[in-house]
Design a protein around this ligand. Structure first.
Ligand code: FES
Length: 106
C-alpha cells in the first residue's frame, strides 16, 4: 500500500492506495472531493487533474503526449506540477507524496 496525501483547500486526507491502482480511482473510491474521473481513466477528460510538487517530478513517470494534450484543457490553471491522477499508479516510490486538488475540475 502507498500513502498518498490529498490536500483539498485547508483539509488534508491520507489514503492508502494499493500498488498498481491509479490515484484517480483510489481518490474517487475514497470520495475525495474534486476528483471526478469522468472518462474512467483514459486521459480524455482532465477531471482528475492534480497538482504535484515540482520536486516530485523525479519519482513520477514522464507525461505522455495524450496527458500533455489534456493538461492544456484543465478547468483550473495548468502548473508545472500538473498531472492527470488517472495516469499515476501507486507504487512504493510514491509513498508519502502530497498532491493538491485544484479548485475547479469542470
Ligand atoms: Fe479522465 Fe483522468 S479520468 S483524464
Amino acid at each position: 500500500m502507498t500513502d498518498i496525501i490529498f490536500r483539498i483547500g485547508d483539509e488534508s486526507r491520507t489514503i492508502d492506495v494499493a500498488d498498481g491502482v491509479s490515484l484517480m480511482k483510489a481518490a474517487v473510491e475514497a470520495d475525495i472531493p474534486g476528483i471526478i474521473g469522468e472518462c474512467g481513466g483514459n486521459a480524455m477528460c482532465a477531471t482528475c487533474h492534480i497538482y504535484t510538487a515540482e520536486t516530485d517530478g523525479g519519482r513520477l513517470p514522464a507525461v505522455s503526449d495524450d496527458e500533455d494534450e489534456m493538461l492544456d484543457c484543465t478547468a483550473s490553471d495548468r502548473r508545472p506540477g500538473s498531472r492527470l491522477s488517472c495516469q499515476l499508479v501507486a507504487a512504493p516510490a510514491l509513498d508519502g507524496m502530497v498532491v493538491e486538488v485544484p479548485p475547479e475540475q469542470v
